[in-house]
Design a protein around this ligand. Sequence first.
Ligand SMILES: Cc1ncc(COP(=O)(O)O)c(C=O)c1O
Length: 440
Amino acid sequence: MSTKKLTTDLKQKLIQQSLRRKYEKVDKEAGKPLKALTSSNIPEKFYRFDQHPGYKQVQIMEQGASMLKLESPYFRVHDELAGATTKISGREMINFASYNYLGLSGHKEVNNAAIEATQRYGTSVSASRIMAGERPIHGELESAIAKTYGVDDALVYVSGHATNVSTIGYLFNDKDLIIHDEYAHNSSIVGAQLSGAKRLSFSHNDMTTLEQLLAQHRHQFERVVVIVEGLYGMDGDYPDLPRLIELKKKFHCFLMVDEAHSFGVLGQTGKGLKEVYGTPGTDVDIWMGTLSKSLSGCGGFIAGEAALIDNLRYLSPGFLYSAGLPAPTAAAAIASLKIMESEPERITQLHNISTYFLEQAQLAGFNTGVSKGVAIIPVIIGSSVKTTRVAESLFQQGINVQSIVYPGVPENSARLRFFISCEHTQKQVDQTIEALKQLL
Ligand SMILES: Cc1ncc(COP(=O)(O)O)c(C=O)c1O
């Protein structure tokens, strides 16, 4: 390595370290206990948004990007449908940054279903469903989801994130305990915080630690819920469902599985984690999923026993006090479910092309972590700056992939995250792996 390259690397490392320290300092300061305030000594930071800790952190990140001469990879504008390919600023690109796993967003039948629903019901249901927002299409979608899970009923919310926040936040309270995988999505954490329940996490997919936590704490609380994900969005692996069911039965607690990424993806026909293990849907208390990924819409669902769904339908705030799902979105999800059933080859193709990606990435010597090679494959690079630079170079070569960097993940596991669609081709995968080989 040349001396010049060495000094540039060192300089970058120093900039990066100093930025990280600044970033963490803002966090620490925000967490410090308050000094006594009187009405005459309220510091400016408590009534100015430009001194809000979050805004300061955004500024540190922007400063860092400019010092390191990195282009922002955020909020890129896609000119048209984003599937296996996309168009950004007029350029055709291979796209690994969208959740269009089954290629159904933009599918002709799905589009037509949404258009017909718009023509019939309009673009908004204009009220909470309990008041004046109910349309036949809501019940149709919920029955189809419940049938897919083999459970009594389902309920759809207008956002996947709000589904978790509202369901968890409503069902549990300060006498309860929420135990979740350390990699739980922000929506579950925010829901847990809202509930006021005690929150504990266990190391990723570690059933032994989970069992220890349950043995130690179950009896100290009224309701206890264990929250896991069907397919982890950062790592592409999944939990041991039969063991989770054993534990929830042994310790008399609830089990919630968030299938945001696994529904439509895992199992031979896309029925999710339960299909991988051949478990009945009724063995899990709360199934959660989103409409924004395989179901090509926007929103979320909860599926489970009638007592749970009726309770949420009448009382969970994100459902009760929020306008119902727009009819075109419900219609798109129903059409996607139908295609999922009638064209299982989409799921087979998703599995095949994902496996091919994983194998090629591993052959090339990349660190793909614990990914099982279904739809989500990280390539762990281990430095935020390097990861961003590699993503930038790929972008310049017509390949769009998200970089996940500190603080989204720890610095040493900064990564590129590839979302695979059943419509990706081997040629696109080969081109991507080749480009990555040159860069890494
Ligand atoms: C595991 C998980 N749960 C919930 C959500 C929120 O879903 P949505 O984006 O549909 O609001 C996401 C988003 O990607 C997720 O990854």
